[in-house]
Design a protein. Structure first.
Length: 131
């Protein structure tokens, strides 16, 4: 369970090494849970809702899709911070579409939303990181 919760935040926050490259698009990915939560919480209400999460996951997907072919494979999957490259490849074709990526991300969102309010609070983010 903890691994699943951590994986959603790996997607949400990506990895520290990716932040430099992603910054070129005007938004850096953060490995600090507080800063990442603040960046994802675009309306500033203190929670990352489904729309904010989806927008952030789309940014992560297109950052990772280095060749811009609409699929994640190999190193592109690693850029998302996933521990298991096959996770999310629902049809087993060796590549992850945006739909597959978002489907898995939302499964993880639901697992991380421990109070079932359909928002990820900064406390839930911290808890997932063991902080």
């Amino acid at each position: 369970m903890m691994r699943t919760i951590l994986a959603v935040f790996a997607l949400l926050l990506a990895s520290a090494w990716a932040s430099t490259a992603f910054a070129q698009s005007g938004r850096a990915l953060e490995s600090n849970p507080d800063v990442a939560h603040q960046q994802a919480d675009t309306n500033g209400d203190g929670g990352v809702d489904h729309a904010e999460f989806q927008a952030r996951m789309i940014e992560v997907f297109y950052f990772a899709d280095g060749d811009r072919d609409g699929y994640l494979v190999g190193i592109e999957i690693a850029r998302t911070g996933r521990e298991n490259p096959a996770a999310g490849d629902s049809n087993g074709d060796g590549r992850i579409t945006l739909k597959e990526f978002l489907d898995e991300a939302f499964d993880r969102f639901e697992a991380a939303d421990t109070n079932d309010d359909e928002l990820l609070s900064v406390e839930e983010v911290r808890a997932a990181y063991g902080m």
